[in-house]
Design a protein around this ligand. Structure first.
Ligand code: PAF
Length: 280
Protein backbone atom coordinates (compact mmCIF):
# COMPACT_ATOMS: atom_id res chain seq x y z
CA UNK A 1 0.00 0.00 0.00
CA UNK A 2 1.25 3.46 -0.84
CA UNK A 3 0.42 6.49 1.28
CA UNK A 4 0.37 9.83 -0.54
CA UNK A 5 0.51 13.18 1.19
CA UNK A 6 0.56 15.18 -2.04
CA UNK A 7 -1.88 15.39 -4.92
CA UNK A 8 0.79 15.29 -7.63
CA UNK A 9 2.32 11.99 -6.40
CA UNK A 10 -1.10 10.37 -6.05
CA UNK A 11 -2.10 11.51 -9.52
CA UNK A 12 1.00 10.07 -11.10
CA UNK A 13 0.17 6.64 -9.57
CA UNK A 14 -3.43 7.00 -10.75
CA UNK A 15 -2.21 7.82 -14.25
CA UNK A 16 -0.24 4.57 -14.32
CA UNK A 17 -3.25 2.55 -13.14
CA UNK A 18 -5.51 4.22 -15.69
CA UNK A 19 -3.04 3.53 -18.50
CA UNK A 20 -3.27 -0.14 -17.49
CA UNK A 21 -7.04 0.04 -17.95
CA UNK A 22 -7.74 -0.46 -14.26
CA UNK A 23 -11.07 0.52 -12.73
CA UNK A 24 -10.54 2.80 -9.75
CA UNK A 25 -12.81 2.96 -6.71
CA UNK A 26 -12.75 5.72 -4.11
CA UNK A 27 -13.74 5.78 -0.44
CA UNK A 28 -13.50 9.28 1.07
CA UNK A 29 -13.21 9.27 4.88
CA UNK A 30 -12.23 11.48 7.77
CA UNK A 31 -10.26 8.62 9.32
CA UNK A 32 -10.77 6.93 12.70
CA UNK A 33 -11.81 3.95 10.63
CA UNK A 34 -14.26 1.34 11.90
CA UNK A 35 -16.13 -1.67 10.52
CA UNK A 36 -18.48 0.65 8.64
CA UNK A 37 -15.57 2.09 6.64
CA UNK A 38 -14.04 -1.34 6.08
CA UNK A 39 -17.36 -2.57 4.67
CA UNK A 40 -17.32 0.33 2.17
CA UNK A 41 -13.80 -0.57 1.14
CA UNK A 42 -14.66 -4.26 0.72
CA UNK A 43 -17.60 -3.34 -1.48
CA UNK A 44 -15.43 -1.05 -3.61
CA UNK A 45 -12.79 -3.77 -3.90
CA UNK A 46 -15.45 -6.19 -5.18
CA UNK A 47 -15.98 -4.13 -8.34
CA UNK A 48 -12.72 -2.20 -8.78
CA UNK A 49 -9.14 -3.21 -9.53
CA UNK A 50 -7.70 -0.55 -7.23
CA UNK A 51 -9.24 1.38 -4.36
CA UNK A 52 -8.10 4.77 -3.11
CA UNK A 53 -9.05 5.75 0.45
CA UNK A 54 -8.72 9.38 1.51
CA UNK A 55 -8.25 10.42 5.12
CA UNK A 56 -8.85 14.10 5.69
CA UNK A 57 -10.64 15.80 8.56
CA UNK A 58 -12.22 18.57 6.54
CA UNK A 59 -12.34 21.84 8.53
CA UNK A 60 -14.80 23.32 6.05
CA UNK A 61 -17.62 21.04 7.16
CA UNK A 62 -17.36 21.85 10.88
CA UNK A 63 -19.12 24.83 12.45
CA UNK A 64 -17.24 27.21 14.75
CA UNK A 65 -18.51 25.49 17.92
CA UNK A 66 -18.30 21.95 16.62
CA UNK A 67 -15.84 19.11 17.27
CA UNK A 68 -13.17 19.79 14.61
CA UNK A 69 -10.33 20.09 17.15
CA UNK A 70 -11.44 17.05 19.14
CA UNK A 71 -12.37 14.85 16.16
CA UNK A 72 -10.52 11.54 16.64
CA UNK A 73 -7.34 11.37 14.55
CA UNK A 74 -5.89 7.86 14.48
CA UNK A 75 -3.76 7.85 11.32
CA UNK A 76 -1.31 5.13 12.37
CA UNK A 77 -4.06 2.62 13.30
CA UNK A 78 -6.02 3.58 10.16
CA UNK A 79 -3.03 2.92 7.91
CA UNK A 80 -2.43 -0.47 9.59
CA UNK A 81 -6.06 -1.45 9.01
CA UNK A 82 -6.00 -0.30 5.38
CA UNK A 83 -2.76 -2.15 4.67
CA UNK A 84 -4.33 -5.34 6.04
CA UNK A 85 -7.27 -4.86 3.68
CA UNK A 86 -4.98 -4.67 0.67
CA UNK A 87 -5.89 -1.09 -0.21
CA UNK A 88 -3.69 0.18 -3.06
CA UNK A 89 -3.42 3.86 -2.18
CA UNK A 90 -4.22 6.11 0.74
CA UNK A 91 -4.43 9.85 0.26
CA UNK A 92 -3.74 11.60 3.58
CA UNK A 93 -3.11 15.26 2.75
CA UNK A 94 -2.67 17.97 5.33
CA UNK A 95 -4.81 21.10 5.39
CA UNK A 96 -2.34 23.21 3.40
CA UNK A 97 -2.36 20.67 0.57
CA UNK A 98 -6.13 20.84 0.22
CA UNK A 99 -6.73 24.46 1.17
CA UNK A 100 -3.57 26.38 0.25
CA UNK A 101 -5.40 29.68 0.49
CA UNK A 102 -7.71 31.00 3.24
CA UNK A 103 -10.96 29.08 2.96
CA UNK A 104 -12.90 32.35 3.09
CA UNK A 105 -11.26 33.24 -0.22
CA UNK A 106 -11.87 29.98 -2.06
CA UNK A 107 -14.30 28.61 -4.61
CA UNK A 108 -16.92 26.30 -3.19
CA UNK A 109 -19.67 23.99 -4.35
CA UNK A 110 -23.13 24.28 -2.91
CA UNK A 111 -26.33 22.32 -3.45
CA UNK A 112 -29.04 24.75 -2.32
CA UNK A 113 -32.29 23.58 -0.75
CA UNK A 114 -31.25 20.05 0.12
CA UNK A 115 -28.30 21.43 2.09
CA UNK A 116 -30.42 23.78 4.18
CA UNK A 117 -32.90 21.33 5.70
CA UNK A 118 -32.62 18.68 8.46
CA UNK A 119 -28.93 18.49 9.50
CA UNK A 120 -28.23 21.54 7.33
CA UNK A 121 -30.69 23.63 9.35
CA UNK A 122 -28.81 23.04 12.60
CA UNK A 123 -25.36 22.91 11.00
CA UNK A 124 -25.29 25.90 8.61
CA UNK A 125 -22.50 25.58 6.05
CA UNK A 126 -21.87 21.91 6.87
CA UNK A 127 -23.04 20.48 3.56
CA UNK A 128 -21.32 23.25 1.59
CA UNK A 129 -18.13 22.03 3.25
CA UNK A 130 -18.95 18.43 2.35
CA UNK A 131 -19.79 19.10 -1.30
CA UNK A 132 -16.74 21.31 -1.72
CA UNK A 133 -14.32 18.70 -0.37
CA UNK A 134 -16.01 15.78 -2.14
CA UNK A 135 -15.90 17.69 -5.42
CA UNK A 136 -12.23 18.52 -4.89
CA UNK A 137 -11.37 14.92 -3.98
CA UNK A 138 -13.29 13.66 -7.03
CA UNK A 139 -11.27 16.07 -9.20
CA UNK A 140 -8.03 14.81 -7.69
CA UNK A 141 -8.79 11.07 -7.82
CA UNK A 142 -11.16 11.00 -10.81
CA UNK A 143 -12.52 7.66 -9.69
CA UNK A 144 -14.75 5.39 -11.76
CA UNK A 145 -16.88 4.79 -8.68
CA UNK A 146 -17.17 6.27 -5.20
CA UNK A 147 -18.94 4.77 -2.25
CA UNK A 148 -20.59 6.41 0.76
CA UNK A 149 -22.39 5.06 3.83
CA UNK A 150 -26.14 5.56 3.94
CA UNK A 151 -26.02 6.41 7.65
CA UNK A 152 -25.40 9.90 6.26
CA UNK A 153 -28.49 9.65 4.06
CA UNK A 154 -28.85 13.39 3.55
CA UNK A 155 -25.16 13.71 2.66
CA UNK A 156 -25.52 10.95 0.05
CA UNK A 157 -28.65 12.57 -1.41
CA UNK A 158 -26.83 15.90 -1.72
CA UNK A 159 -23.74 14.34 -3.31
CA UNK A 160 -25.97 12.51 -5.82
CA UNK A 161 -27.62 15.83 -6.70
CA UNK A 162 -24.22 17.53 -7.10
CA UNK A 163 -22.95 14.75 -9.37
CA UNK A 164 -26.09 14.93 -11.49
CA UNK A 165 -26.31 18.75 -11.62
CA UNK A 166 -22.64 19.14 -12.57
CA UNK A 167 -22.52 16.11 -14.92
CA UNK A 168 -19.64 14.59 -12.98
CA UNK A 169 -18.57 11.29 -14.43
CA UNK A 170 -18.44 9.07 -11.37
CA UNK A 171 -20.70 6.18 -10.44
CA UNK A 172 -22.04 6.66 -6.91
CA UNK A 173 -22.83 3.76 -4.63
CA UNK A 174 -24.63 4.07 -1.29
CA UNK A 175 -24.07 1.32 1.20
CA UNK A 176 -26.41 0.21 3.97
CA UNK A 177 -25.52 1.24 7.50
CA UNK A 178 -23.33 -1.13 9.47
CA UNK A 179 -24.56 -1.48 13.06
CA UNK A 180 -23.29 -2.68 16.39
CA UNK A 181 -24.98 -5.84 17.76
CA UNK A 182 -27.46 -3.67 19.69
CA UNK A 183 -28.46 -1.68 16.59
CA UNK A 184 -26.42 1.50 17.12
CA UNK A 185 -25.17 2.76 13.75
CA UNK A 186 -21.37 2.67 13.63
CA UNK A 187 -19.83 6.14 13.73
CA UNK A 188 -16.56 7.69 14.76
CA UNK A 189 -18.54 9.94 17.09
CA UNK A 190 -19.82 6.94 19.12
CA UNK A 191 -16.44 7.11 20.86
CA UNK A 192 -17.59 10.35 22.52
CA UNK A 193 -20.35 8.52 24.41
CA UNK A 194 -19.90 7.81 28.11
CA UNK A 195 -20.75 4.32 29.40
CA UNK A 196 -24.32 5.20 30.43
CA UNK A 197 -24.94 7.10 27.16
CA UNK A 198 -23.66 4.13 25.20
CA UNK A 199 -26.40 2.03 26.85
CA UNK A 200 -29.07 4.58 25.85
CA UNK A 201 -27.80 5.19 22.32
CA UNK A 202 -29.48 2.19 20.56
CA UNK A 203 -32.86 3.72 21.48
CA UNK A 204 -32.37 6.10 18.54
CA UNK A 205 -32.58 3.21 16.07
CA UNK A 206 -35.39 1.61 18.10
CA UNK A 207 -37.42 4.80 17.80
CA UNK A 208 -36.94 4.79 14.04
CA UNK A 209 -37.98 1.13 13.91
CA UNK A 210 -41.12 1.87 15.95
CA UNK A 211 -42.09 4.65 13.52
CA UNK A 212 -41.38 2.39 10.55
CA UNK A 213 -43.61 -0.33 12.04
CA UNK A 214 -46.44 2.16 12.59
CA UNK A 215 -46.24 3.33 8.97
CA UNK A 216 -46.23 -0.27 7.80
CA UNK A 217 -49.34 -0.85 9.91
CA UNK A 218 -51.08 1.92 7.97
CA UNK A 219 -50.51 5.08 10.00
CA UNK A 220 -50.06 7.99 7.60
CA UNK A 221 -50.23 11.09 9.76
CA UNK A 222 -46.52 11.73 9.37
CA UNK A 223 -46.56 14.94 11.37
CA UNK A 224 -48.06 13.12 14.37
CA UNK A 225 -45.56 10.29 13.96
CA UNK A 226 -42.66 12.77 13.94
CA UNK A 227 -43.95 14.28 17.20
CA UNK A 228 -44.29 10.80 18.66
CA UNK A 229 -40.71 9.98 17.66
CA UNK A 230 -39.43 13.15 19.31
CA UNK A 231 -41.37 12.33 22.47
CA UNK A 232 -39.95 8.77 22.53
CA UNK A 233 -36.44 10.18 22.19
CA UNK A 234 -36.99 12.73 24.95
CA UNK A 235 -38.33 10.01 27.24
CA UNK A 236 -35.21 7.97 26.50
CA UNK A 237 -32.96 10.85 27.62
CA UNK A 238 -32.11 12.35 24.20
CA UNK A 239 -32.38 15.98 23.16
CA UNK A 240 -33.87 15.55 19.69
CA UNK A 241 -32.76 17.89 16.94
CA UNK A 242 -35.32 16.50 14.48
CA UNK A 243 -37.30 13.44 13.58
CA UNK A 244 -38.46 13.70 9.98
CA UNK A 245 -40.35 11.45 7.59
CA UNK A 246 -39.38 12.36 4.05
CA UNK A 247 -39.44 11.08 0.50
CA UNK A 248 -36.25 9.06 0.03
CA UNK A 249 -35.61 10.33 -3.51
CA UNK A 250 -35.56 14.08 -2.83
CA UNK A 251 -36.16 14.58 0.93
CA UNK A 252 -39.43 16.40 0.21
CA UNK A 253 -42.22 16.27 2.79
CA UNK A 254 -44.38 13.33 1.63
CA UNK A 255 -48.12 13.07 1.01
CA UNK A 256 -50.01 10.25 2.75
CA UNK A 257 -49.67 8.05 -0.34
CA UNK A 258 -46.08 8.93 -1.34
CA UNK A 259 -44.00 5.81 -1.92
CA UNK A 260 -40.35 5.32 -0.95
CA UNK A 261 -40.00 7.01 2.43
CA UNK A 262 -37.07 7.53 4.74
CA UNK A 263 -37.30 8.34 8.44
CA UNK A 264 -34.37 10.46 9.60
CA UNK A 265 -33.40 11.58 13.07
CA UNK A 266 -30.68 13.56 14.77
CA UNK A 267 -30.49 13.77 18.53
CA UNK A 268 -28.07 14.76 21.22
CA UNK A 269 -27.03 12.44 24.00
CA UNK A 270 -25.03 14.65 26.34
CA UNK A 271 -22.38 16.28 24.15
CA UNK A 272 -22.71 13.76 21.31
CA UNK A 273 -24.91 14.39 18.30
CA UNK A 274 -26.06 11.10 16.78
CA UNK A 275 -27.82 10.66 13.46
CA UNK A 276 -29.55 7.67 11.97
CA UNK A 277 -32.22 6.80 9.44
CA UNK A 278 -34.28 3.93 8.17
CA UNK A 279 -35.71 3.47 4.69
CA UNK A 280 -39.10 1.97 4.02
O1 PAF B 1 -18.84 11.21 5.57
C1 PAF B 1 -17.70 11.66 5.81
O2 PAF B 1 -16.88 11.02 6.47
C2 PAF B 1 -17.32 13.03 5.28
O3 PAF B 1 -18.40 13.89 5.26
C3 PAF B 1 -16.66 12.97 3.88
C4 PAF B 1 -17.63 12.43 2.84
C5 PAF B 1 -15.42 12.11 3.93
C6 PAF B 1 -16.25 14.38 3.45
O4 PAF B 1 -15.34 14.94 4.32
Amino acid sequence: MQTFLHTSALQSQLKTWRSQGLRIGFVPTMGNLHEGHYALIKKAQATCHEVVVSIFVNPLQFGANEDFAGYPRTLKADLDGLAQMGVGAVFAPDEAEIYPRPVTDMSFVEVPGLSDMLCGASRPGHFRGVTTIVNKLFNIVQPDMAIFGLKDFQQFTIIKRMVSDLAMSVELVGMETIREADGLAMSSRNGYLGAAERQQAPLLYQTLQDLRDKIRQGEHDYFELELLGQEELENAGFRPDYVAIRRADNLDVPFADSPGLVILAAAWLGKTRLIDNIQL
